[in-house]
Design a protein around this ligand. Sequence first.
Ligand code: AMP
Ligand code: ZN
Ligand code: MN
Length: 523
Amino acid sequence: MSHEPTPPPPARAQLLQNLATATANLSGSSRVIPSGEDFYYYRNFDEFKLPIEEIAKQSQSMLESIGSSASLGMAFPKDLDLEDAYDWLVNVNDEVLERVDASVDEFKRSRNKEKEDDEGFQLVCGKKKKGDQTLSKDNKTSKPKVSFHVPSIRKPQEEFNILVNNSNQPFEHVWLGTGDDGHRFLHPLEKLSILDFIDDDIGGVEPVKPPEIEATPFKLVEEVKDLKELAAKLRGVNEFAVDLEHNQYRSFQGLTCLMQISTRTEDFILDTLKLRIHIGPYLREVFKDPSKRKVMHGADRDIVWLQRDFGIYICNLFDTGQASRVLKLERNSLEYLLHHFCDVSANKEYQNADWRFRPLTKEMVRYAREDTHYLLHIYDLMRAKLSSMPKESENSDAPLVEVYRRSYDICMHLYAKEVFTENSYLHIYGLQGACFNSQQLAVVSGLYEWRDVVARTEDESTGYILPNKTLLELAKQMPDTTNKLRRLVKSKHSYIEQHLSSVVSVIRHSMQNAAFLRLQPNI
Ligand code: AMP
Ligand code: ZN
Ligand code: MN
């Protein structure tokens, strides 16, 4: 490798120019040369052999000039065979493109004078001022984004010794009793009726305006003693708002990272990674207690996450997302409800953040608190509206009853683990339109199974190990050497990059199996 000082900008521009010319010449000359068996046939004739040797010499010197480019430092190795030489050139090409990308990024960054959040989250687009924010759906692209994956985070599964059962067996709801047949799980709600949750008289209930976030006591719950204190507080109230933040990218089944709880007077954020095994024992009772109302927004996924991670099952839910549908509001997002009922512009850019990140930044805390802080107030206003809303028809339920019915149904859903079967791969998104032959299908099946086993053992999502799109691309191209595979995945998939030979052997075996099966029509 050469370590010459980086030339000043005009010299670098000249180098790039030379590089471009050399590459263009090389590819231009190679396209007209016969390949494969033809090549060796033609080489028997001097009319072909002599000029081709000349081209080879020139190519060699061009490759050397590309490689010796001071700013690249990737000298062309001697004595490479054709395939390796091609790989080398592709790598050089990738390197150049990556550098162009990086330079463009750097240029954009310096032009925008973007601030980097010193704790790991990088704002990719310009941050808008509060007053600037609109609720327009079409405005998504101009919104600031936050990194959804911070690769440097130590896996919480290791740090907090989180044990999960990723075996290819159905999830056991060990906190639920079973029915008469001993197989079906019984949700505590089955003993209750929706009517148990209908408020007798809400006419006299005055909506309670929440205090400003800044004026509200806040506690980050990271210690068991604080969790115990919170549980005692919740035993003393008859309603509280709940939300969860979750990470689905760096574990097989997903991990609940935070639980936010707001009472009428206080906000709490629980570190559910650190306190994972303690959450259930302290909070299971209040969540199950049918006399305590739980207010959540769009609780479908939260309900099953609570079951999976903490063995928590909810009775008495009011889902503001469902209420919004019954009220036929313009939109059903929390962002819209906050705007509509509380005149608050929520900052939803953190929704998709990497919630495993610790310590939480002040922006993350703010976002997480906003998700529950106003919910009880929204609930008051919605409940009042619902109770004065006329029925859809003579035979339909009252709107408020309809909201409790829907919320009840959401609570009744039970978490189910993803189960692998030998036909699972047929449902992969994008396979239908791919028109694969039997060999390519065998590679899809082989890679799918390999990915499933790896993801379960390493406790990673299948999307992290090998995204569907890449899996289909590999099945289409069937790279059967590590070099070909590396070239295909570029440097986008760190897991594959580190396990090239296992993946190649899966591909080869699948191809051989398919060929073998073709020769055995009776199998
Ligand atoms: P929320 O109920 O909006 O607080 O979202 C809870 C969790 O769902 C987040 O922590 C994310 O893990 C996930 N989530 C919500 N919205 C999105 C989205 N647009 N894209 C990806 N993940 C999301
Ligand atoms: Zn939520
Ligand atoms: Mn949330």
